[in-house]
Design a protein around this ligand. Structure first.
Ligand code: GLU
Length: 276
């Protein structure tokens, strides 16, 4: 089977060395095996993504010497596809509208949180009657769509495993996400929904990404099982850190590819720096 990898940044800022590291891993795995390396822009969140960052990502990757196969997939151009997945889950009774505000859900810092850092949803809107839901929607109240985790788990017959490419297989625990939001009030679909849909649609066989996303794999496996999508291999890599051991983030302006380039660093030097 031919290997297909991808790099899937969100255009919420400029790429920094950590992103370049991630992209290089995926690109190398594909190129070493004569496979395909895809580029996808995960710009589904209109509150955080900006077109100028999308343009900059393409420029920065090209400057670094990474080429990708085929067209860049831009998620915001595929909203109808994500809607179709939401509809399919809703038809099976696996989604429900949630009218809660952030303040409704906010709990003490000590309360359980999901791996995404959100407070674990207490299920307030899960038990609303069909009539109440319809009335609130008709009244124009805004809502998110949540996955009914208990129902979703009982809808999959097989036990879910989350094998890292190089590790023993472990049992998945998607329930740690609770009734996760799959469509936000202010964004048409969630990262989790779009990323699993697109990886399946694009035939990605190996997902290389930062270890910060490793917990998300538990949920992604559930979505794949619910939708009958193929299961790719996963290889999560360690995150690059700065001199003080903090992981690189968008705030680290000095570590962006733009800045390094402006300082006169060559692409070869940057690649060498992240190749260890
Ligand atoms: N778009 C995600 C991010 O920028 C990465 C998605 C993934 O690799 O699964 O953090």
């Amino acid at each position: 089977m031919s290997i297909v990898t991808r790099f899937a940044p969100s255009p919420t800022g400029h790429l920094h060395l950590g992103h370049a590291f991630s992209a290089l891993i995926a690109w190398r795995r594909a190129r070493a095996a004569g496979g395909r390396f895809l580029l996808r822009l995960e710009d589904i969140d209109p509150t955080r993504c900006r077109p100028e960052f999308a343009t900059a990502i393409l420029e920065d990757l090209a400057w670094l010497g990474l080429d990708w196969d085929g067209e860049v997939r831009v998620q915001s151009g595929h909203l109808a596809e994500y809607r179709a997945v939401l509809d399919a889950l809703a038809t099976r009774g696996l989604l429900y509208p949630c009218f809660c505000t952030r303040a409704d859900i906010q709990q003490s810092a000590a309360a359980p949180h999901t791996p995404d850092g959100a407070p674990l949803y207490p299920g307030t809107c899960r038990s609303l009657s069909a009539d109440e839901r319809a009335a609130r929607i008709a009244a124009g109240e805004r809502y998110a769509l949540r996955l009914d985790m208990a129902r979703a788990l009982s809808a999959v017959s097989q036990s879910l495993t989350c094998g890292e490419e190089s590790e023993a297989t472990i049992v998945c625990h998607p329930e740690q996400f609770g009734d996760v939001v799959l469509a936000r009030k202010d964004a048409p679909a969630s990262y989790h929904l779009c990323v699993t849909h697109d990886d399946a649609l694009q035939g990605v066989t190996l997902i290389t990404r930062g270890a910060d996303l490793k917990p998300a794999t538990h949920l992604h496996r559930l979505l794949q099982a619910l939708m009958g999508w193929p299961v790719p291999a996963y290889a999560h890599h360690a995150l690059l850190t700065d001199a003080s051991g903090r992981r690189l983030a968008k705030r680290d302006h000095a570590m962006t590819l733009r800045e390094l380039r402006a300082q006169g660093h060559s692409p070869e030097a940057v690649r060498l720096r992240i190749s260890g």
